[in-house]
Each structure stands twice: as C-alpha cells, then as structure tokens.
Ligand binder design. Structure first.
Ligand code: MFK
Length: 584
C-alpha cells in the first residue's frame, strides 16, 4: 500500500524497513481495510459502517454503479491557446480582423466542425467500382461530412487567404493559424487542402496556359460552388522518395498539343479531387523515352466523367487499407489515356519543388496542431479526473508530464509560424537573401522534426487518459494513427535529412551561414531577459558545438556527413526551437 499498487499482498514486502508498529503513511491503507488479516502498519481493520438494510444495493445486475467519468471537453481552440494569440498580437499588423476571423472559426470548430471530423472517421470512403449491370463507374463514395468540409474550406478561405494576401507578408501566418485550429477536427480534409495549396503555388509560379489558369482561380476561390481541390499524384509502384527513378508514366503527345497519360499511380491521396498535378515522361516521335530527373515533365489533368458517367482515362484499382487517415480516400489509379496539359517541360522535380515546400509546411501545421489538440484535451481532463484522492492536475508528476508535452507543442508551433512567416515574405517580394536561405533550410528541418515530435507527444497524450486513451469511441486513438503518417508522406525523415545536406551543398553552405546568423541574433535578443540566461547559455554552447561539427565534417568524406544527416537535422531543429539538442 506504500507504492502505487494496492493489490500487492503485504505492506512489508513493499517497504521492508516498515516495522509492524510504524503507522502506515498511506491513509487509508488500500489493502487492509478490506482484508481479513490485520494490516501490520495500521493494526486491525476498521469495522465497516452499518448499511441501511432497506437501501437499494450499490451494485447488482440491474445497476452498474454510480460513478461516470466526466469526459474531456473541446472548447474554442483559438481561445484555449494563449500562445497563438500572443504570437499574433506580437507580430501581426492587421490584428483585429485576423483575431475576429480566428475566434469565430474556433467557435465553429468546437460547436460543429469537430463532430463532422468524427463523422468522417466513422464513415470512411468506399469504392463502388461497377454499377449493378457491370459497367465501370469508379465511384468513390464519401460521407456528407467530408463534402461539408469542402464547402467550409472554400467559404473560410483556407486556401484563398494565402493568395488574397490581405495581410501582406503575414497572410501565410494567418492562413496557417487557421489551418492549425482546423486540422485535428478536419477529418483529414487538410490533406486535400495541402495539395490544393501546393498546386495553386506551382501554377502561379510557372505561369501557365489558359486552361490551367482557370483551374488556379478555382483552387483559390472562396465560392463553394467554384472551389476545386487538387491531387498530387507523384508516387508510383517503384516508390515515392526517389521520384525520378520511380516515375514510369508515359505522356503521348496529341495533335492538338495536349497529351494522354499512361501509367500507374500507387498512392493518390484525396482521390476525389477535381484535378491533379502529376509527373510523366514525354514519348519522343521516335518512341524514345527521356530518362532521369530531367526527363520528367509536369502535367495538369482534370478528373472528369464522360457522358456515360465513366471516369475519363482513369480506373480506380482499389482504395488503400491504411493504418490511419482512413477518413480520406487514397487510391491506386491506372491512368489509361488520361487527357492532360504539360505545364513544365523536363525539370519535373524542380517544377514541383514549390509544391513540396507548401505541402511540407502544411504537414508541419498538422503536426503542431495534433500536439496542441492532445495537450488541450489532456489538460482539460486533468481538471476532471481524480485518482488517489486528488485531481490529476494536483499530482506533480502528471503536471510535469503535461508541461513537457506543452513545451514540445509550443516549440513546434513557433517553428511552424517562423517558416510560414518566411514563406509569406518570399511570396510578397520582401524576403532578404537570408530569409530565402532560411526558408529552404528550415522547411525540411521543420517537417522532419515536427512529425516525429507529433507521434511522441500524441502517444504521451493518449497515455494521460489511461485506458480511455486507447478506446476507439473516445476519438483519441485516431489522433495517434493520423500522426503516424506525418513522418512518412511528403518525404520521410531520412529523405528530408538528406535534402538538408543537399541544400547545404547546393548553396555552398550559405543556408547554414544564414542559420548561424539568425540563431545568434535570436539568442542576442533572448539574452536581454535575465531568467532566460541558463537556456541561452546552453543554446550558445550547442550552437558552437554545431559549428565545430560542421567544420570538421566538411573535411571528411561525404559518407561521414550522410551518416550524421539525421542528427544534424534534429540539432538544427532543436536549437532553432530553443531546445538544446541531445546530440550535436
Ligand atoms: C494518404 C495516404 C498515405 C499513405 C501513406 C503515405 C504513402 C506515401 C505517399 C507519398 O509517396 S507522398 C510523396 C512523397 N515523396 C516526396 O515527398 C518526395 C521525396 N523525395 C525528395 O524530396 C527528394 O529529395 C527528391 C525527389 C526531390 C530528389 O529528387 P532528385 O531527382 O534527386 O532531385 P534533385 O536532383 O536533388 O533536384 C532536382 C531539382 O529540384 C534541383 O533544382 P535544379 O535542377 O534547378 O538544381 C533541386 O534544387 C530542386 N529541388 C529538389 N528538392 C527541392 C528542390 N528545390 C526546392 N526545395 C526542395 N525541397
């Protein structure tokens, strides 16, 4: 009874130093008041209070007891997150409009949208490949809630805000703040939004033919009737990391200048999208197929049906059976003459680089948001749940665990906002060379680290609900399943760690120079606050160790740095977030 396990048979086994006459410090002793034998510490068991013989039984077949645990409540996620409010108050010039927008949206999320998200989870999409008479129809049937999410995304401007730019260079911060509130309640609709945003960005940056230009207006529309979502069909059966080696899709030129695509796309997410950007290799007049990364072209295709209701040039092979993200249709697609327009000739990987940047930032927003949501619920639960005679919030160890989760959630949030700020500056033409280098370096760093943080923090968060965190109908396990994909799609941790090395090499080290300049400047600001002195000292030490490591690594063979790539990326993330790394 002196430890946390009251079922062990004898106090003395747990604490041999306890003599039979020592009073038990645990009051009442968990074991002996109900035991037949006397507790060596407390003496004889207390006599049970006499019960009224006419009172109804406390437990019987018809009664299940009187206690029911109060469940955690989702409140307005904007008002519940003081850090978001503080960050915006500190930085944003157009505060009032943004605050009103986020507060109203937060209200909507807790009042209605969160329930739609749950509906998407319990009513996942299904494929109807044939009609009753055997004709192919390839219908992906989604829940009404999923369709409402699309209307909501348009009317709330979840993509549009980034392109209207009414907050100037802070527009991306506004947009990502809104997505940050929305993500854990969105039923994964943030996935099609990420790809839609990425596609809009690519189209905008490439400057493209009129057919594609009208698609751009739809992708960035606030009108639910006009709004389109986009897919990003990049992964084929050979895999999704080495895009150049993995892309076998062929593009057959047509007399009118368009193309027909033939290939097999192995993972296509949010396959109910209205259009897609995808990669393929243009077949030459002599039948030649251009190899490698430079042989890849980028294509725009609409997902349309012919007058008979058949998908034009697409067969949906099957929906994927996934660990999480079940709310969202992910399919294998056979492209069988899909009509398409080429939007970039060769240099396909470089053409989608903008999309990679945008979708990786969205991924990180989802990671930070998952952490914020689980911490918010766990904190609320700690005020409602009692154990060992106290509410969870009054147990110092529980509070410490919540505090550690909170620190991780805040660190991820601040880095997400920093990279969103840099993107906004780049898009509005006010970015300095330092901003541009930081954006290139910090995007993969943020994505890879926040995804790992999300899995760890959400897992810890589930534990803080005990067994209830493991029960499907609480909605909590879905948070963990959905977090697991964040480190896999849009570039795995190792692929992104190597991307960090690649951008260091291609910039001749300028991205790292920018990193050191910026972190030193940030530490300079922080050092003016005396309570931060120990943290600043630790970070300065880590930064200087990182500098030594980089110098030494530059003198070694490339394989040395390759092996250190993950640790290097983690260190870059942790120092920028203000958390001294475990390894430099
Ligand atoms: C919903 C269901 C979920 C189911 C589970 C998930 C299943 C997985 C689903 C997926 O597969 S999602 C897709 C995941 N795949 C990726 O995100 C791609 C990951 N791989 C990379 O990011 C590689 O680094 C990359 C493909 C980009 C490497 O390809 P290459 O051909 O070796 O590119 P290279 O030569 O490094 O760069 C080509 C050009 O692109 C260069 O430009 P220049 O030619 O002008 O020099 C690069 O600078 C540029 N570039 C590459 N990465 C860039 C970039 N530019 C900016 N930012 C970047 N990140």
């Amino acid at each position: 009874c002196l430890t946390l396990n009251p079922r062990l048979p004898d106090c003395r086994l747990l604490r041999p130093s306890l003599s039979p006459t020592t009073p038990c410090p645990n009051k009442p002793c968990f074991l002996y008041p109900v035991s037949a034998s006397p507790c060596p510490a407390l003496g004889s068991p207390r006599p049970a209070a006499a019960r009224d013989p006419h009172a109804p039984p406390l437990f019987s077949r018809s009664r299940t007891g009187l206690f029911f645990q109060a469940q955690p409540q989702l409140k307005n996620p904007f008002l519940e997150d003081p850090l978001l409010g503080r960050y915006l108050r500190r930085h944003l010039p157009h505060q009032q409009a943004v605050f009103s927008d986020l507060q109203a949206f937060g209200e909507r999320i807790s009042d209605e949208v969160d329930a739609w998200g749950r509906e998407c989870e319990v009513n996942p999409p299904r494929l109807v490949p044939f009609d009753p008479w055997g004709r192919r129809v390839d219908h992906i049937v989604t829940s009404p809630a999923w369709q409402r999410m699309k209307e909501l995304s348009a009317s709330e401007g979840l993509v549009a805000i980034g392109y209207e730019r009414s907050c100037g260079e802070w527009s991306r911060v506004h947009q990502m703040s809104k997505l940050f509130l929305y993500s854990p309640s969105s039923g994964l609709f943030t996935c099609p939004l990420a790809m839609t945003d990425g596609a809009a960005k690519v189209i905008q940056s490439l400057g493209v033919p009129p057919a594609v230009d009208s698609a751009y207006r739809r992708l960035t529309s606030r009108d639910p009737e006009r709004f389109w979502t986009s897919g990003q069909w990049m992964t084929e059966r050979r895999g999704g990391s080495d895009v150049a080696a993995g892309t076998e899709t062929l593009a057959e030129p047509q007399p009118d200048g368009s193309y027909r695509l033939h290939g097999f796309k192995w993972f296509t997410s949010a396959t109910d999208a209205d259009m897609t950007l995808t990669l393929g290799r243009v077949v030459g007049r002599d039948g030649s197929i251009p190899p490698g990364s430079r042989g890849l072209s980028l294509f725009y295709a609409e997902v349309r049906r012919d007058p008979q209701g058949r998908l034009e040039g697409i067969e949906v092979q099957r929906l994927k059976d996934k660990l999480g993200t079940r709310q969202m249709p992910t399919a294998e697609l056979l492209l069988d003459g899909l009509p398409a327009h080429r939007v970039s000739e060769g240099r396909g990987v470089a053409s989608i680089a903008n999309m990679l940047t945008v979708t990786r930032i969205h991924n990180s927003v989802a990671a930070a948001a998952a952490m914020r949501r689980v911490v918010q619920l766990a904190r609320d639960y700690a005020t409602r749940r009692s154990a060992f005679g106290r509410r969870l919030q009054d147990h110092p160890l529980h509070l410490q665990t919540l505090a550690r989760m909170e620190v991780e959630a805040r660190a991820a949030f601040l880095l997400v906002m920093e990279v969103s700020r840099l993107l906004g500056r780049e898009e509005t033409g006010v970015a300095s060379p330092l901003d541009r280098h930081l954006l290139r370096l910090l995007t993969p760093v943020l994505k890879l680290y926040s995804a790992k943080q999300a899995v760890a923090v959400v897992s810890e968060g589930l534990e803080s609900f005990g067994g209830q965190g493991y029960m499907e109908d609480t909605g909590l396990p879905g948070l963990l399943r959905d977090a697991q994909v964040l480190s896999i799609w849009e570039g795995t941790t190792n692929v992104l760690s190597l991307d960090v090395l690649r951008c260091v090499a291609r910039s001749s080290g300028l991205v790292l120079q920018a990193y050191f300049t910026q972190t030193q400047a940030l530490l300079g600001h922080a050092s003016r606050l005396p309570p931060l002195a120990p943290a600043v000292g630790a970070l300065e030490g880590a930064l200087s160790a990182l500098g030594v490591f980089v110098e030494e690594a530059a003198a070694r063979p490339p394989s040395y740095l390759e092996l250190a790539a993950r640790d290097l990326a983690y260190s870059l993330a942790r120092i920028y977030m203000g958390q001294p790394p475990h390894v430099v």
